[in-house]
Design a protein around this ligand. Structure first.
Ligand code: NDP
Length: 320
C-alpha cells in the first residue's frame, strides 16, 4: 500500500480506502461487510469512510460492530463520519450544520461506531441557512473536546471552502483540512479546475468518492443491464441510474475497456489508477459489494506505472 499525506496535514492516509455508502447496512450482509473490511485492512487500507445518513445510521452500526470485533489497534486505522443529512426524521434541527445538529450528530456517530473519537469529520454539504462562523466554531469545539481530529467538507465550492478558512483565520481557529468531492473519468471539473486556485493556499487534501461512477466504469453495463443485482437496479435509486447510466458514457466505457485490456489491466483498475495519478488526491475511496471486486480494485496501485503519457493521452482522447 502507498500512503499519502492528507493535504498539508501530518496525517497519512492509504492511497486506497474503503467506504460504505449503499452497501453496509443496505445492499450487502454484515458478513460481507466484515470480509471487505478485513480484506482492505490486510492490504494496508487504513481509512474507513462513513456518514450519519448512510442507511440512516445503520452503516455506522455495522462498521462499529466490525471494528469492535476485530479489535485492531486504534492507532492503525482512521474512521470518518459526515454530518448534514441527518439520521433520524426530517424535523427542524435534525439535519444541517447548526451547532446543535453538529454536536448531536457527532455524539450519535461516536456511539454507533463505538469509538472515542472520529479521525475525520466532514460537513457533508454546505448549509446556506447556517452562518459559516457557527459551523467553523462548532467543528473547532469538537476538535478541542478531542471528539474529532481533523475536519473537512464534502462538495463545497472553492468559494465556500475559502470562506471557512477566512473565518477560521479571523478567529484563530482551524479551517477545513480536507474535501470529499466526486472525482472520476466522467466527473472532473471541480477537482481539476475549480479547486486549482485553492490547493496551495489552503493545503487542501482530497478524499475522493465514486471513482468508478457507481459501477459505470466497469464492464458490467456494456451489454445492457446485468442479470446479477447491482447498485443501479436497486429500489429507490432511479435518480442515480438516470444520472450515471448514459448512452454516451457507456460508449466511452467500452473504449476504455479495450484500452485497459491493451495495457494488461481491467477497466476498474485503469479508472482507479487514473484517479491515483492526480497528486491532489490523498485517497481514492473504494466501494464494493463483493470481496472479489475489492481484491481487483486494490491492484489498481500496480496499474499506475502503466499509465504512461501516451496511455494518458489515449484516455483523454476517449473521455474528452
Ligand atoms: P464507486 O463509484 O467505485 O462504486 C462502487 C460500486 O461499483 C460498488 O459498490 C459495486 O457496485 C461496483 N464495483 C466496484 N468495483 C467493481 C468491480 N471491480 N467490478 C464490478 N463492479 C464494481 O464508489 P462509491 O460510489 O461506492 O463511492 C465510494 C465511497 O465514497 C462510498 O462508499 C462513500 O464512502 C463515499 N461517498 C461519498 C459521497 C459524498 O457525498 N461525500 C457520495 C458517495 C460516496 P455493484 O456491485 O452494486 O455494481
Amino acid at each position: 500500500m502507498e500512503y499519502r499525506y492528507l493535504g498539508k496535514s501530518g496525517l497519512q492516509v492509504s492511497a486506497l480506502s474503503l467506504g460504505s455508502w449503499l452497501t453496509f447496512g443496505k445492499q450487502i450482509g454484515d458478513d460481507v461487510a466484515e470480509q471487505l473490511m478485513i480484506t482492505a485492512y490486510e492490504a494496508g487500507v487504513n481509512f474507513f469512510d462513513n456518514a450519519e445518513i448512510y442507511a440512516r445510521g445503520e452503516s455506522e452500526r455495522v462498521m462499529g460492530r466490525i471494528l469492535k470485533k476485530m479489535n485492531w489497534p486504534r492507532s492503525s486505522y482512521l474512521v470518518s463520519s459526515k454530518v448534514f443529512f441527518g439520521y433520524e426524521d426530517d424535523l427542524p434541527n435534525q439535519r444541517g450544520l447548526s451547532r446543535k445538529h453538529i454536536f448531536e450528530a457527532c455524539d450519535a456517530a461516536l456511539q454507533r461506531l463505538q469509538v472515542e473519537y472520529l479521525d475525520l469529520y466532514f460537513c457533508h454539504r454546505p448549509d446556506p441557512n447556517t452562518p459559516i462562523e457557527e459551523t467553523v466554531r462548532a467543528m473547532n469545539d469538537l476538535l478541542r473536546q478531542g471528539k474529532i481530529f481533523y475536519w473537512g467538507t464534502s462538495e463545497w465550492s472553492a468559494q465556500e471552502i475559502m470562506e471557512a478558512h477566512m473565518v477560521a483565520r479571523q478567529y484563530n481557529l482551524i479551517g477545513p483540512v480536507m474535501e470529499q468531492p466526486q472525482y472520476n473519468l466522467f466527473h472532473r471539473k471541480r477537482v481539476e479546475e475549480e479547486y486549482k486556485r485553492i490547493y496551495e493556499s489552503t493545503g487542501l487534501g482530497l478524499t475522493i468518492w465514486s471513482p468508478l461512477a457507481s459501477g459505470t466504469l466497469t464492464p458490467k453495463y456494456l451489454k445492457g443491464m446485468p442479470s446479477e443485482l447491482t447498485r443501479l437496479q436497486m429500489e429507490n435509486l432511479d435518480w442515480l441510474r438516470e444520472l450515471v447510466l448514459k448512452e454516451e458514457r457507456i460508449e466511452k466505457a467500452a473504449k476504455l475497456n479495450e484500452l485497459a485490456k491493451q495495457i494488461g489491466a481491467t477497466l476498474p483498475q485503469l479508472a482507479l489508477a487514473w484517479c491515483l495519478k492526480n497528486p491532489h488526491v490523498s485517497t481514492v475511496i473504494l466501494g464494493a459489494s463483493k470481496v472479489e471486486q475489492l481484491q481487483e480494485n486494490l491492484k489498481a496501485l500496480e496499474v499506475v506505472p502503466l499509465l504512461t503519457d501516451e496511455v494518458l493521452q489515449q484516455i483523454e482522447a476517449i473521455v474528452a
